[in-house]
Design a protein. Structure first.
Ligand code: CUA
Length: 351
């Protein structure tokens, strides 16, 4: 006879283990620990609608889970009273009772799924009805593994091209025109909206709007190869005034070198392989297969959100990008120390 209680070898989970498990669940359940990137901290109307839908699904699922676990525990632990005999052959009345329960549970499941469907459709409708006047259009093209960002304008000289960082004015609707230059990627800024796929040859649209200033992190949400996890970007939401200032800065050509060190750096950039892939407007570098670096120093990150934009990280990235992001198209650059020093000085001046 087996004594009641815990089976031998089975120990109660320790407090630290339970805490670790809880933290892991919290991280899985919507990245709530990262305040820059959380679907539960909406920064605009689209994300707020989706947050409502999320909480609706959460509470319904929580109630269903609690009821299911309660039923399981009851079935497992309730003790037969002494006069009850085990049911070996179901009688007509027990058959009827279990049929009633089955019908009730099926009915409740259908009702819950219908409620999900209706709330989902209503959310979709109110998302479609949001204000879209005076929208800003930004074309985002995904590449392995970075984002080309182009601010559209009917006047060609007003078009701005940058990479891995979007600036948007607070309170203004923004249309993201999403496409891809190679494989399928997905544009996702959890604090601003749901994800939208970037498909080669297609232009998908996504409306976002930030109602409070801040930096919202986004990332690729569709597995796209080796460095999918290092394909991030940031959306900087700022006042219209700050945005206009940023935009005017981005329209300008690169700042020409002001001293001999930076002039040497530009010569290194133009003379080595850098210029074959990257563009710096106002210089001989006119490559179009890698991020535009005209205003590199104004950006917050390097290598699509992989590194903070500091001198040390930039040096590491130029010299040995493969150890930071294995498989990236950026090759290692074998530069003499004085060439690297000059190149860094030049790139740091590209505000
Ligand atoms: Cu691009 Cu995943």
């Amino acid at each position: 006879m087996i004594a009641p209680g815990r089976a031998p070898g089975v120990r109660r989970a320790s407090a630290p283990a339970a805490l670790a498990m809880l933290l892991m669940l919290a991280a899985l359940g919507g990245c709530t620990l990262n305040r820059q990137q959380s679907a539960l901290e909406p920064g605009g109307p689209q994300a707020a609608q989706l947050e409502g839908l999320w909480w609706f699904a959460f509470w319904i699922s929580a109630v269903v889970w609690v009821l299911t676990v309660a039923a399981l525990l009851y079935a497992t632990f309730h003790k037969r009273r002494p006069h009850e005999v085990p049911i070996l052959e179901p009688t007509l009345s027990t058959e009827r009772r279990s049929l009633r329960w089955t019908v009730a549970a099926t009915g409740a499941t259908i009702a819950i799924l219908l409620a999900f469907l209706v709330v989902d459709l209503l959310t979709g409708r109110s998302l479609a009805a949001l204000e879209r006047r005076e929208a800003l259009t930004i074309r985002v093209t995904g590449y392995q593994w970075w984002w080309r960002v182009e601010y559209r304008d009917t006047v060609p000289s007003r078009v701005v091209v940058t990479a891995n960082e979007l600036h948007v004015p607070v309170g203004r609707p923004v249309m993201i025109e999403a496409t891809s230059g190679d494989v399928i990627h997905s544009f996702w800024v959890p604090s601003l909206h749901g994800k939208r796929d970037l498909v080669p040859g297609l232009r998908n649209r996504l409306w976002i709007q930030a109602d409070r200033p801040g930096i919202y992190r986004g990332e690729c949400a569709e597995f796209c190869g080796h460095q999918h996890a290092k394909m991030a970007f940031v959306v900087v939401a700022e006042s219209q005034e700050q945005f206009d200032r940023w935009y005017a800065g981005q329209l300008r050509e690169a700042t020409p070198p002001t001293d001999s060190l930076r002039a040497r750096g530009l010569a290194v950039f133009e003379g080595k392989s850098c210029a074959m892939c990257h563009q710096i407007r106002g210089t001989l570098a006119g490559g179009h297969v890698a991020p535009d670096l005209t205003h590199l120093a104004s950006r917050r990150t390097l290598a699509a959100g992989s590194l903070p934009n500091t001198r040390g990280h930039l040096a590491g990235w130029i010299v040995d990008p493969q150890s930071i992001k294995p498989g990236t198209r950026m090759p290692a650059n074998n530069l003499e120390p004085d060439e690297l020093h000059a190149l860094l000085a030049y790139l740091e001046g590209l505000k």
